[in-house]
Design a protein around this ligand. Structure first.
Ligand SMILES: NC(=O)c1ccc[n+]([C@@H]2O[C@H](COP(=O)([O-])OP(=O)(O)OC[C@H]3O[C@@H](n4cnc5c(N)ncnc54)[C@H](O)[C@@H]3O)[C@@H](O)[C@H]2O)c1
Length: 261
């Protein structure tokens, strides 16, 4: 990707959570290529080390911290370490995807404690992380945050795509992802006149070894591509982080090849 004005994030300090994941690692690579200074975090040590080692070879300003980001104290520690490297934080992208052991169980069978765990980890932590970050952004007088929602937060699942597969899209995921869109808008409006922007991206399904039967059905409800790639999402995030998007705030950027049409 060229360092065009559209993606001008050179020297920006960016914190990426879930940086070892599909979207987080793609974003880290693209952002590093564009000259951003990165702080990467994830609880998967092996994968995080692999991606940060790869990036450090070409970019001296890549740091990482292996941490389980599922408590306020972990968020506080992450912020402290990040700021000890950069002094300021221009942007953050919240890409982590924690799941309870029962995430994906059927509507009829899911367990109460797994439901609470997923609501807490996927939505509650996103709120706590945002609050901590906003304190820093308020202190600096600027900053931007990108959350990740999903097409499942925009409209109900296409249940017919999952027929005769072991795959599902659970009810709590829809609730969580709608919640992320609401949280995004709330934060953007609450910080009016603070030079802070909060947006989210709603990806369509990312191609990741799903069975062919599912991919085919999914494709029929899209326009040109079907399942998308992590890079389709990281490009959208980079645009939102760039000065080109300065007038975009509280927005839900759907990147789904028309699945929601
Ligand atoms: N993959 C898709 O098809 C898809 C589609 C729509 C939306 N999304 C959303 O995109 C976001 C990222 O998804 P992804 O596909 O990159 O997921 P992923 O599973 O590939 O990556 C998520 C990363 O988060 C890390 N993580 C999980 N729990 C953690 C914790 N407690 N502390 C620290 N790190 C933790 C994992 O180790 C992993 O590397 C999620 O919000 C997801 O809901 C994904």
């Amino acid at each position: 990707m060229k360092n065009s004005n559209y993606y001008n994030i050179k020297d920006k300090t960016i914190l990426i959570t879930g940086a070892a994941g599909l979207i987080g690692s793609s974003l880290a690579k693209e952002a590093s290529n564009l000259g951003a200074k990165l702080f990467l975090t994830d609880f998967n040590k092996d994968k995080l080390d692999k991606i940060s080692d790869e990036l450090i070879e070409k970019n001296n300003d890549v740091f990482s911290l292996h941490i389980d980001l599922s408590s306020q104290s972990a968020i506080d520690s992450l912020m402290e370490v990040t700021l000890s490297k950069f002094n300021k934080l221009d942007s953050a992208v919240y890409c982590q995807y924690p799941k309870s052991a029962g995430f994906g169980d059927s509507f009829e069978d899911f367990k109460e404690y797994n439901l609470y765990k997923d609501l807490n980890l996927q939505l509650g932590m996103a709120i706590l992380f945002s609050r901590k970050l906003m304190m820093q952004f308020n202190m600096q007088g600027y900053g931007d945050l990108v959350h990740i929602s999903s097409i499942q937060g925009v409209q109900p699942p296409k249940f017919e795509h999952y027929e005769n597969t072991t795959m599902s899209s659970p009810i709590e995921y829809s609730a969580i992802k709608s919640g992320i869109i609401s949280v995004t808008k709330w934060l953007a409006k609450y910080h009016k006149n603070k030079n802070i922007r909060v947006n989210c991206v709603s990806p369509g399904g990312i191609k990741d070894n799903q069975i062919e039967k599912f991919q085919k059905k999914y494709r029929e409800d899209c326009t040109n591509i079907g399942m998308i790639s992590p890079r389709d999402i990281s490009s959208a995030i980079l645009f939102l982080l760039s000065p080109s998007a300065k007038a975009i705030n509280g927005h839900n950027f759907i990147v789904d090849d028309g699945w929601t049409l």
